[in-house]
Design a protein around this ligand. Sequence first.
Ligand SMILES: [Fe+2]
Length: 284
Amino acid sequence: MSTDLAPPAFLPGQTAEMVSFYRRYGFAVLRGALDLRLVGDLEAECADAQARLIAGELDPGYGTTELIEGDAGERAVRFANYVLRITELSPSARAITRAGAVRAVIHALHGSQCWSGDDDRFGYVYQDARPSAESSYKRIGWHSDWQSGPHLDMWPSTAVTIHIDETGPPNGFLRVVPGSHRWATPAPYENVNGAVVPPGAAPSGGYTDEPPPSAMPLRFEKIPGEIALYAERGDIFFHDCYLWHAAAMATDPDARRRHVRGSWYAGGKPDRYGAGDFVKNAAR
Ligand SMILES: [Fe+2]
């Protein structure tokens, strides 16, 4: 069976080809950049930080209720799907997010003056998505990352995801609409969370003035042209802040999907973030 239709994964050293693919489709996969022993260390350090956060042994500021679904309540306090600013807690996360293979791609995309997720609202975030009862993070509805702050001038950006677990239908996976980063996607004035878009928001975000062929679905609906992106352990995904994407829920009730994600920004760095500076626009 041919796999010609699968999106390619690029190797370290293929930066030019990878950047060309990214500019066309809004995402790219880097494979083989990480020693799997380092990924093992990352897994252990992140799991330890998560356990300490749940046990109350970490500053509660490393946790968040902003990134989780609105009705999670006590469940979100008892179990932490997210650990914020993980590079402060995990030396391996710090090393990987600064690795030359990552920087080569980011600098080719945004120049050497861009700034890293260490300085943004949440830092690099360890994310543990699972479908089980204790979990408040199982899937994410359609969104572009720009929609989380359309009034800020830190865009464009590229999200970097370091995959600890391979992904696929058993434990969930990323859904993307290739090329959607070029559409002029409206700020989410209509959304299922009832989130208010802050004053001063740009009306749309994307690399051209071409409107999307259809409105972004509010939840998890199928979009013509969308594809699934399956990760291998140690893969590093890059996706654009204007790319339409969502995350599918696991089908195995005991599965976990763990990764570390942060972004690099080419726009202005805010002096500080205000209370309303995160628009939770995607259904979860
Ligand atoms: Fe996102």
